[in-house]
Design a protein around this ligand. Structure first.
Ligand code: GLP
Length: 237
């Protein structure tokens, strides 16, 4: 693993965006794995800027998002589809039909999970996966549990995740209790991964994830086994 220690959130965001842009310059048909949360917003803003300036061309890029709330319509303001369209996908020259996010309203959840796994496989896997980390060590919505789950699946969100994400909803009760998330297989098989983390509240979990035992009770700890992980953070680890 390579750790890039940066000065602040802005430098973290620029570095992450530059690496993603370089990946697309080198391979215009890149398959990107994307994350939501407050952490990658700056990265997406810089990518939009790079695209606007003509430094990066998204026209042949395919994207897969890590997760989506189960039960939220893609038009819901707190859905991850809405978030991605707002912060990146409608602001760059990507073909929206090449951007995949689980449908939170899918009637047959299992079929929806299988559909995503098949699409990722058909695309040849993820070239570059962008990741944030939850306070409990989740990646995507792979919550702490007794086992690492390989494939895309529907999960019950833990109380700490519901608490953390309630800041985006009017009421804690409005936070969906379930989500669809990619499993650890496509994340671990990604050719390159970038983990970004900001804020003192993430320091302890980052230390555990990167230097503690590899355990499904800290899902991000599996990233220690990733073949090409770049960690970008202003945190002293
Ligand atoms: C969310 C997402 C994760 C994200 C994490 C951290 O719930 N499912 O993919 O990495 O929580 O979010 P934030 O960046 O806002 O701290």
């Amino acid at each position: 693993m390579k750790i890039l220690k940066v000065k602040n959130y802005d430098e973290m965001s620029r570095k992450a965006a530059n690496i993603i842009a370089a990946q697309i310059v080198l391979k215009p048909q890149t398959v990107l794995g994307l994350a939501t949360g407050s952490t990658p917003i700056g990265t997406y803003a810089h990518l939009c800027e790079l695209c606007k300036n003509g430094d990066v061309d998204f026209s042949q890029v395919t994207t897969f998002n890590l997760d989506e709330y189960y039960g939220l319509d893609p038009t819901h303001e707190q859905s991850y589809r809405y978030f991605m369209n707002k912060h990146l996908l409608t602001k760059v020259n990507i073909d929206l039909s090449s951007t995949y996010i689980a449908n939170g309203k899918a009637e047959d959840v299992e079929a929806e999970c299988k559909r995503l796994d098949n699409l990722i496989e058909e695309a040849g896997g993820i070239d570059l996966q962008l990741l944030g980390i939850g306070h409990n060590g989740h990646i995507g919505f792979n919550e702490p549990s007794n086992e690492f789950v390989k494939d895309t699946h529907c999960v019950d969100l833990g109380e700490t995740t519901i608490d953390a994400n309630s800041r985006f909803f009017e009421n804690r009760n409005d936070v969906p209790k379930r989500a669809i998330t990619l499993g650890v297989k496509p994340i671990m098989q990604s050719k390159k991964a970038i983990l970004i983390a900001n804020g003192d509240d993430k320091r302890e979990i980052m230390k555990k994830a990167l230097f503690g035992p590899i355990t499904p009770s800290v899902p991000a700890s599996i990233l220690q086994l990733h073949k090409d992980l770049i960690v970008i953070t202003p945190l002293d680890l």
